[in-house]
Design a protein around this ligand. Structure first.
Ligand SMILES: [Zn+2]
Length: 402
């Protein structure tokens, strides 16, 4: 639908340069609105399930309590967002922060892979990246925290034991990035690692896989874990699989995908559990709480020492990524707390942003209208509540009189 030659440009009263195609991309706008509403709604569910965690304040409480809630518009992305609001920065439990941080981390992974493989022209000779998956047997009823603790130990042995260390050195390994993931299926929790291995030159994948499978068995045994079979404990794939993995990693859509995708082993992700909880499944809500507790404070991605520097990737914190969109953004509105409370009471944070974007793009008054609607609704609900209480007083007074 987008066609530069058809597009019009105008500058609105706030000085925002608005570009809109003569036929607006309705499908794109609708998808964005649906995804955003789903993310905010899932965050409400996470807040309900985790009432003592930081997610309960996320995009609700102010940073500076002397100012209102700022609404900003990012011209590059053509998207609105809130500012002067706290962000929890949780990659595991907040669908909004997670989507934003993961997107930034995915770009880092892509940049690192391209650099190392010589795809961006910075290096003359490209290196090799392999994708290693490590797992161990798990059963229904296994304790997730214990499994994670055991796997962490096993992985520590994997990198520090003499045999694998010497082998990796001989093969010209320069570093690795470890992603920790978990799914839930009929055999209970399935925590596992996906590891990107960076080598200087070509590798015989089959031979290395067989070597790793035996090493991993030993590491699991030493860590007190159930010992994986040679066939199932590890999987080693060549470059194109690593590229595919990175291009899909942490995609925002994964958080909010419309239906629950059944994995190969009939397993679901933690976001699926949150969605199922939202749909009324108490067991899924409980499992999400177990997951949140077990993963609290854990890193989603771990880069080996010195690898970021070698691959020319800057160090950026989760908090910086969570607020990154503030760059190139203009303030378009400031909401005082009465209006913000209305938006929170009626769970309209997503709708308000969508309305604001529509106003900026098409000169409409949707945001104002939404606030007016909420104010009217509140007035009605308030009067209704008063009447109910008045009735109660009346009943009580009658009861006392008897
Ligand atoms: Zn958050």
């Amino acid at each position: 639908m987008e066609n530069a030659s058809n597009s019009n440009q105008k500058t609105d009263s706030l000085g925002i340069l608005t570009k809109y195609a003569s036929t607006p991309d309705i499908k794109g706008l609708a998808e964005l609105a649906v995804r955003r509403t789903a993310k905010y709604s899932l965050q409400e569910e996470a807040k309900k399930l985790l009432p003592t965690e930081r997610v309960r304040f996320c995009l609700r409480h102010r940073v500076d309590a002397t100012k209102g809630i700022e609404v900003k518009y990012n011209q590059k992305r053509e998207q609105a967002h809130y500012s002067n609001v706290q962000r929890c920065g949780s990659v595991w439990t907040c669908p909004i922060c997670s989507a934003q941080i993961s997107e930034g981390r995915r770009q880092e992974l892509k940049q690192a892979m391209e650099y190392w493989q010589g795809l961006n022209g910075a290096q003359e000779v490209g290196g090799i990246v392999l994708l290693l998956t490590l797992t161990n047997p798990h059963h229904h009823g296994d304790n997730l925290e214990q499994q994670l603790g055991g796997q962490k130990k096993a992985l520590k042995y994997f990198w520090s034991d003499r045999k694998p260390k010497e082998m990796f050195k001989a093969l010209g390994k320069v570093g690795h990035i470890t992603a920790t993931e978990v799914t839930y299926g009929k055999n209970g929790w399935h925590p596992h690692y996906h590891i990107l291995l960076f080598f200087k030159g070509a590798i015989n994948t089959k031979e290395l896989r067989d070597f790793i499978a035996t090493v991993w068995q030993n590491c699991c045994e030493k860590a007190g874990l159930k010992i994986p079979s040679i066939e199932h404990g590890c999987d080693l794939r060549e470059g194109k699989y690593a590229d595919k993995y990175v291009s899909k990693w942490g995609l925002a859509d994964e958080v909010t995908k419309g239906h629950i995708k059944k994995g190969k082993e009939d397993s679901v992700t933690p976001w699926d559990l949150l969605k199922q909880s939202e749909a009324g499944c108490e067991k899924s809500g409980y499992l999400f709480q177990v997951f949140a507790q077990a993963f609290k404070g854990k890193r989603q991605l771990n880069w080996s020492n010195g690898l970021k520097k070698l691959l020319k990737v800057d160090e950026v914190t989760d908090d910086e990524l969570a607020t990154e969109t503030d760059k190139d953004s203009l303030q378009v509105d400031i909401l005082d707390m009465e209006l913000w409370r209305l938006i929170l009471i009626y769970k309209c944070r997503a709708e308000y942003l969508t309305a604001k974007e529509h106003d900026i793009k098409f000169g409409s008054k949707r945001a104002e209208n939404l606030i007016m609607e909420l104010a009217e609704r509140y007035t009605k609900d308030y009067v209704h509540e008063m009447m109910k209480n008045a009735d109660l007083h009346h009943v009580r007074a009658q009861a006392l009189a008897i």
